[in-house]
Design a protein around this ligand. Structure first.
Ligand SMILES: *Cc1c(COP(=O)(O)O)cnc(C)c1O
Length: 375
């Protein structure tokens, strides 16, 4: 087979992102007509805060300007100061590493898990044993690419070691783990409403906690006396109709992901579609990851997918290459490197494709893999 023959066009209709839903126009008009857009204390932000408290089953939600700012606030409220170690996976949003450094603290790199894209529980345990007791003030654990981190085990390690657990749910709003929302396990947790995220306002975020002492620290960091990390009322108003859709969107993304995984299996593909397998988890896909055999093949697959019109890309880079001066590296980071070097990721907007076209999407992904082998 000639690789050119694999490029023939399709009329795949991959939805755009940010989403186009009619209710956005109504929400925006209401925000303008009511004057809400021009107030410090807007109704849209108050309503969004209440809705998030409800959805995440937490006591306090503080909106802020980004997911990165939410991580910063969580670290500071958690008592992280200069000289502390903060455990973070070497395969995570690189901004989390940078934010730890910003506070004068030092990232302690932990390996990624084999069974999900979050932190490895055994690696965290080994890393904590390898450093001075009590030197690690906080642990950041993120739910990445639609899979759930093992928050139960990590939480119990944090309790034993007296570390503050910061749960990063920036990619996974609406994910449930054992009938409990992801984002409700950490002492503090974070959300992002950045432009690529499953709930988007272009910019924005939130820091959440059920502990009054953390909430009052966040409040004293933010209110001086106006909100120094403020999210905009217009952004908040545009998130409300998206929240109404969230469950349905997550279900659609989940079903498409399963279909893609099955299509790859049927074709005995060497590329594995990394869907969440634990039945107690209701996943929320931000990107869907594909495990390739080599970096070279991954790079070809990304290229081939893009040529066929798929929103393919590379995952986060691993932080394992950072110097000893910048980070503590007490354990092997092999799995983190493997993910960074061999995953190809598909953007979540593709997973929102209509039910009628989801088979076609799956077969184009199979074709992209065939093409990457030939071309
Ligand atoms: C995007 C992201 C962030 C940061 O969010 P921003 O709003 O872009 O600052 C933090 N953590 C994870 C896991 C993310 O994917």
């Amino acid at each position: 087979m000639d690789c050119r023959s694999l490029i023939v066009g399709s009329d795949l209709n991959i939805p755009s992102w940010p989403p186009v839903i009619p209710h956005l126009n109504d929400a925006l008009r209401d925000c303008i007509d009511s004057g809400d857009w021009g107030r410090y204390d807007s109704i849209s932000k108050r309503v969004l805060t209440e809705r998030l408290i409800d959805l995440f089953s937490v006591k306090h939600v503080q909106l802020c300007c980004s997911g990165t700012a939410a991580i910063e606030l969580a670290l500071r409220a958690g008592g992280v100061t200069a000289g502390d170690l903060v455990a973070v996976s070497a395969f995570d949003y690189p901004g989390n590493f940078r934010t730890i450094e910003l506070l004068g603290a030092k990232p302690m790199l932990v390996d990624a898990a084999n069974e999900n894209f979050g932190m490895s529980v055994s690696s965290l345990q080994s890393a904590l044993h390898a450093v001075e007791p009590r030197s690690v003030r906080a642990v950041i654990v993120s739910h990445l690419y639609g899979t759930a981190s093992d928050v139960h085990a990590i939480k119990s390690i944090c309790n034993k070691s007296q570390c503050v657990l910061i749960e990063d749910a920036c990619q996974s709003p609406g994910m449930w783990i054992d009938a409990q929302p992801a984002g409700s396990f950490g002492d503090l947790s974070t959300l992002s409403f950045g432009g690529s995220k499953p709930l988007t306002a272009g910019n924005g975020g939130a820091v959440m906690t059920s502990e009054d002492r953390f909430a009052s620290r966040i409040s004293s960091l933010i209110h001086r006396p106006s909100d120094t990390y403020a999210m905009n009322a217009i952004g908040a108003s545009l998130l409300l109709p998206q929240l109404d859709q969230l469950k349905q969107w997550n279900e659609r993304r989940y079903r498409t992901a399963i279909q893609i995984a099955e299509a790859l299996k049927q074709n005995s593909s060497t590329v594995r579609c990394m869907i969440e397998k634990i039945k107690e988890v209701q996943p929320a896909y931000y990107k869907l990851a594909f495990q390739c055999e080599s970096t070279e093949f991954r790079n070809r697959l990304v290229h081939s997918g893009i040529e066929l019109g798929l929103p393919f890309g590379e995952p986060f880079r691993a932080m394992s290459g950072s110097s000893e001066r910048r980070s503590a590296k007490p354990v092997s980071l092999a799995q983190a490197d493997r993910y960074a070097n061999t995953l190809c990721v598909l953007d979540h907007r593709a997973l929102l494709i209509s039910e009628e076209q989801s088979n076609e999407l799956a077969s184009i992904i199979v074709r992209a893999i065939e093409r990457a082998k030939l071309c």
